[in-house]
Design a protein around this ligand. Structure first.
Ligand SMILES: Cc1ncc(COP(=O)(O)O)c(C=O)c1O
Length: 417
């Protein structure tokens, strides 16, 4: 017989000091890499595409088989640059996944683009290809997807719809660095692909983002938006842009050179091992939780050959069958010392920022998604729990302790009901 649950005054299962997970891991040699860059007198501001920018952009583009790259100050600004790159105009419609981190779609509001929410698959949380076509109108210009938590979107199906309707496709790959769909990396499918390189991401510069594309039009417009001076003068060749080759469109969105140094260091020295170890560790976690009989692993479709950065660990539970609410289960697990919570990102139709009558951006009108139902997103969001993205073998004792704590709580469900 297990000990009483901690929520009822029993002993706590986990007393390991917090945080149980933080990212990136300590990298003692990183300070030396940054110091070496500074000691060598290399520039802390770069107005063209030389040095560390070229090194990072070329490496990242090559890894994805893409022609052009633009490093930016954040993933949000990379997305903004992608949308600007597509020359989207006020009133144009973009069909966007209804479930992601909000910044996947919020830059569209600043261009006056109508964000038309599209439901997601209830098991993966990714855009549901079957829900895209009914949303297409004469004003639709693009499809916007996110590879949720590292699980690639149904790339073949989305690509086929985009081609058939002559729509652009923007891939947000911020959760899924180096995840693969049938052996091909995410970010090598759409017209333009974007990654956040913010501090929690597997590959990070602290802050940063990057955009890849094969389209010279998208590349030139994205460059002109936030990279004027010598960069746009050198990189933007089309005659139509020459009058603004110096100023660009007047914003400044470039990455800090030291962020580029850090990203490149992680890419060259750590990321492949991190990817492998995180996937192995989360599989162990997932298998352990599945053995309890109540937790379903994260979905993994047959076309997924790698979950890549596997940005979040969000196993699923049928709370109705469990007979305990999600909030109550979280409370009981937290009392046992686990770091567990509701997922931070809510489906977009729950966010006030997308309300067409409130918080307007300039004089732009927002698309009215009110009154529409998103059963896939509701079901997906209601089924998942947010747990630490344990990554290293050194975390395995804690992983096993988490599993044991779940077992303890599940063995006394009656008391929680
Ligand atoms: C899916 C997704 N898109 C975009 C972003 C925005 O990236 P950033 O924070 O670098 O601006 C994030 C950040 O968490 C994200 O998770």
């Amino acid at each position: 017989m297990s000990k009483p649950l901690a929520i009822f005054g029993g002993p706590q299962m986990i007393e390991t000091p917090r945080p149980h997970f933080s990212w990136p891991p300590p990298l003692p040699e990183l300070a030396e890499t940054v110091a070496a860059y500074i000691r060598a007198g290399r520039p802390l501001s770069i107005i063209d595409r030389s040095g560390i920018y070229a090194e990072l952009e070329d490496r990242f583009a090559t890894l994805h088989g893409r022609r052009y790259a633009v490093a930016t100050s954040s993933g949000t600004m990379a997305l903004y640059s992608a949308f600007f790159g597509l020359d989207l105009q006020p009133g144009d419609e973009v069909i966007s996944t209804v479930y992601s981190f909000h910044a996947t779609a919020t830059p569209l509001l600043h261009l006056g683009v109508q964000v038309v929410f599209c439901d997601v698959e209830a098991d993966t949380g990714n855009i549901d290809p079957a829900s895209i076509e009914p949303l297409i109108t004469s004003r639709t210009r693009a499809i916007l997807t996110n590879d949720m938590w590292g699980h690639p979107v149904a790339k073949a199906a989305v690509g086929e719809i985009a081609r058939r309707h002559d729509l652009a496709w923007v891939e947000d790959c911020s959760h899924a660095h180096f995840a693969e769909y049938e052996g091909k990396p995410v970010g090598s499918f759409g017209d333009v692909a974007v990654w956040s390189l913010q501090g929690n991401k597997l590959l990070t510069g602290g802050e940063g983002g990057i955009l890849l594309t094969d389209s010279v039009d998208i590349y030139e417009r994205a460059t002109l938006l936030g990279h004027g001076l010598r960069r746009s003068k050198n990189c933007v060749r089309s005659p139509q842009w020459q009058p603004i080759a110096h100023t660009g469109f007047g914003l400044k969105l470039r990455m800090h050179p030291l962020a580029a140094v850090i990203v490149l260091h992680m890419l060259e020295h750590h990321s492949s091992r991190w990817l492998a170890e995180r996937n192995e560790t989360l599989q162990r976690f997932s298998k352990g939780l599945s053995r309890t009989g109540w937790v379903r692993p994260m979905a993994r479709r047959a076309y997924v050959t790698s979950m890549g950065a596997h940005y979040g660990f969000k196993p699923r539970i049928d709370f109705e069958a469990l007979g305990v609410t999600r909030e109550r289960l979280i409370e009981a697990l937290q009392a046992e010392g686990l770091v567990v919570s509701l997922p931070g990102s809510q489906p977009f139709h729950k966010l006030a920022l997308f309300d067409p009558e409130r918080f307007t951006v300039g004089r732009f009108e927002k698309h009215d998604n009110r009154g529409r139902a998103f059963p896939g997103a509701e079901a997906y969001y209601a089924s998942i729990l947010s747990l630490p993205t344990f990554t290293f073998r050194a975390d395995w004792p804690l992983v096993d302790a988490y599993v044991a704590a779940f077992e303890k709580v599940f063995s006394q469900l009656e008391a929680l009901r």
